[in-house]
Design a protein around this ligand. Structure first.
Ligand code: ADP
Ligand code: MG
Length: 698
């Protein structure tokens, strides 16, 4: 086995490779583009392209692709080979700066939400030099942004980069007010923890629901679920361990810092966490991680399920977005500092996040809204659909003391004076790790836990960055004009605490009492489904904020709103159709075959001895016959509902009809089928049950 440090990043055109393969002049110029966003000239682009191609070819690549993240949720790539004919009848491998910088894929088959008229099918991809190119298979992948010909973003990377820029701009203004003039840029960092399920490929293939929708649409509760908690952090099974080992190797080759792995709460559920990095790169890496997780699983005869709720009644899978912001000098702005002044600065950034999360609860909620995540948020093991912040007792105490001008009862029992007192140290180990909060402060970062396991982390971070940029802008506008900086700073912090403390909740987020308090007493938003929240993307305050920071244009927002609703409708419709198909062609015939055999058995018994009662067969027959009827009726009703939806033209109305009608019908059909499963002899049941799926890996 090779040493990890020998092959880590061997498939990445990273800084080490650039330094070794570019002239000093070209390297410096490229670094300026990467670090400071300076425009790249074509001469440099040509030199970089040539070096990239030579390196890629030397490492086995024959093709290149602009790799991007359209609004479908997966990544897209169109491969072109490097070959170009040479006069002697052979080929040479070519790749120009122009090809590196810009591509023109046909955009017509990607969702645009009305942004791209069909006659203008072309879109273009533009190289993102801040994320390193890498080799996948035999293809050099160049991370790019994807836009329409009119320049509107059709992807997730473009607004993410814009939101990072907005945050950088206003964070710098604040830092300069605190005299940190040497700071040149502020970036957000993210470490996404990724949950997933592993099942065997053999069982997966037998279930249409898993194949078509990524989740089980039927399945009775198994005799054993997760109640014993014996899986969490338990010994990893050899087959899973082998999978994880190869997964790590593949990720490391791609320069992805996969760090921790363990079993999760539910049987067959696991987690992978990388070491955090710049948000833009973390987003690309998470996208790649999800892809590689599935690829490696296939090699091991397994399937990796990334759906938010593959099994009803069993924990869902989320993604924890650990988020912080740091300067180019390596200072984490969410770490309480060493000096009073640094602490005041820390408190201001903390307040900026509190204000942002409160003012834009709706944007955070809708950034994670999908049909899949609707099954998770609000269910009793996932964060509730209400957004709130957990700060922990210590920090909460500090904020209360500031708000009320009273002495802080912590370490020194003295009155907190900003700019004078040093805050107590927040050791992350002493902060209560509240796992029920959707947005928790964990010592030096915030952990946003509402993301679904298949979500791109781009969306949540776009909203988070933009909202925090807005808070910082409001603060900077005020403080730049301050006559007495310290006095105004105190006021700003105090006012933020007063105005926004209703978003802070340190208790149990899974408690029903909290839901009541949050919505009735505190007036927090509770959008429990995707159609409830997505249309709020177009609320005036949200459009105003996002357009003022140039993260989205109004047209882009409209298109995104439409695409999110469209995705929701399509997802649930596919599920409904899959249910109809499975109920009619698999479940009903299985139950029918079993009842037929039961009836024959009873008749045969009677034939032998007229006096036997055949109670067992007779009772079961009655129950199953009733369920068969129900299954037939419920399937027809579901089909009618689907037909009705197909006539609806407005996507928003359709989404609401799905929420109010279709999901109920699906639930009713499922109940009948699941009950039939519990009564039908095992050998008749047409596909693997929950028990087999969840405990199937030996
Ligand atoms: P948990 O107990 O939540 O599993 P971990 O220590 O495993 O906590 O950290 C979870 C994730 O948080 C990791 O991906 C880690 O790299 C990331 N993380 C740690 N510090 C920061 C930070 N300052 N900014 C962003 N992410 C961070
Ligand atoms: Mg965590």
């Amino acid at each position: 086995m090779k040493n990890v440090s020998d092959y880590f990043g061997c498939k990445v055109f990273d800084d080490r490779v650039m330094k070794a393969n570019l002239s000093a002049k070209v390297y410096q110029s490229l670094r300026k583009t990467i670090d400071e966003g300076e425009k790249l000239d074509i001469g440099v682009a040509n030199a970089v392209a040539a070096a990239m191609k030579d390196w890629a070819v030397a490492n086995g690549a024959t093709h290149y692709t602009h790799w991007f993240q359209p609004l479908t949720g997966v990544t897209a790539e169109k491969h072109d080979s490097f070959i170009s004919p040479s006069p002697d009848g052979g080929v040479i491998m070519e790749f120009s700066g122009k090809e590196l910088i810009k591509g023109e894929p046909d955009a017509s088959s990607f969702p645009s939400g009305g942004l791209r008229a069909t006659f203008e099918a072309r879109g273009y991809t533009a190289w993102d030099p801040t994320s390193y190119a890498f080799i996948k298979g035999k293809t050099l992948c160049i991370p790019t942004a994807f836009c329409s010909y009119g320049g509107e973003a059709l992807d997730k990377k473009t607004p993410l980069l814009r939101s990072m820029e907005a945050l950088n701009k206003h964070a710098l203004r604040i830092l300069h007010l605190f005299g940190n003039d040497d700071v040149r840029c502020v970036r957000t960092s993210v470490g996404p923890e990724q949950e997933y399920f592993l099942i065997t490929q053999e069982m997966y293939e037998q279930r249409k629901d898993l194949r078509f929708t990524g989740r089980t649409l039927f399945g009775a509760k198994p005799p054993k679920g997760q109640e014993m908690d014996d899986h969490y952090f338990g010994v990893i099974k050899p087959r899973v361990a082998a999978y994880m080992e190869e997964l790590n190797e593949e990720l490391w080759k791609l320069g992805i810092l996969a760090k921790t792995e363990h079993n999760e709460v539910a049987p067959a559920q696991h987690e992978l966490a990388p070491i955090y990095t710049t948000t833009n790169i973390a987003t690309d890496h998470n996208q790649l991680t999800m892809e590689i997780m599935q690829k490696v699983a296939a090699k091991h005869g397994l399937v990796c399920l990334l759906h938010e709720k593959p099994f009803a009644g069993v924990n869902g899978s989320g993604k924890h977005n650990n988020w912080s912001l740091a300067t180019d000098k390596g200072v984490n702005l969410l770490s309480p500092g060493e000096t009073p002044y640094e602490n005041a600065q820390f408190l201001l950034f903390l307040c900026a996040v509190i204000k942002a999360v409160d003012d834009y609860q709706d944007l955070l909620r809708l950034s994670v809204a999908t049909a899949g995540n609707d099954h998770r948020l609000g269910a009793n093991e996932a964060p509730p659909a209400v957004v709130s912040i957990f700060l922990g007792d210590e920090l909460n105490g500090v904020l209360e003391a500031i708000e009320t001008d009273t002495p802080y009862a912590g370490a020194e029992k003295t009155q907190m004076k900003l700019g004078v007192d040093v805050l107590p140290k927040f050791n992350r180990d002493t902060t209560d790790r509240n796992r029920t909060s959707p947005f928790a402060f964990t010592g030096n970062k915030f952990e946003f836990r509402m993301l679904g396991s298949s979500n791109s982390i781009a969306c949540a971070n776009i909203m988070l960055n933009s909202a925090v940029a807005e808070s910082l802008k409001v603060y900077a506008d005020r403080l730049e004009k301050a006559e007495n900086f310290e006095e105004d700073l105190r006021e700003v912090i105090q006012k933020t605490i007063k105005d926004h403390k209703h978003i802070i909740f340190n208790g149990n987020g899974y408690d029903d009492a909290w839901l009541k308090e949050a919505t009735e007493k505190r007036g927090l938003l509770n959008y429990s489904t995707t159609p409830d929240c997505v249309p709020h993307l177009l609320d005036k305050k949200n459009v105003q904020m996002l357009t003022s920071h140039k993260v989205f244009s109004e047209a882009e927002l409209k298109s995104r709103c439409e695409i999110m609703l469209e995705n929701y409708c399509k997802t649930v419709l596919i599920e409904a159709n899959t249910m109809i198909d499975m109920a009619r062609t698999e479940i009903a015939p299985a139950v029918s075959a079993y009842t037929f055999d039961l009836a024959n058995t009873a008749a045969a018994k009677k034939h032998v001895d007229m006096s036997v009662s055949c109670n067992y067969e007779a009772d079961l027959l009655k129950k199953l016959a009733r369920l068969e009827d129900q299954i037939a009726v419920k399937t027809d009703e579901l089909e009618d509902a689907v037909m009705k939806l197909q006539e609806e033209e407005c996507v928003e109305t359709e989404a609401f009809m799905i929420r109010d009608l279709l999901l109920d019908k699906m639930g009713e059909l499922r109940i009948a089928c699941d009950e039939a499963e519990t009564l039908t002899a095992k050998k008749y049941w047409p596909f693997p049950t929950y028990g087999s799926l969840l405990f199937g890996i030996k």
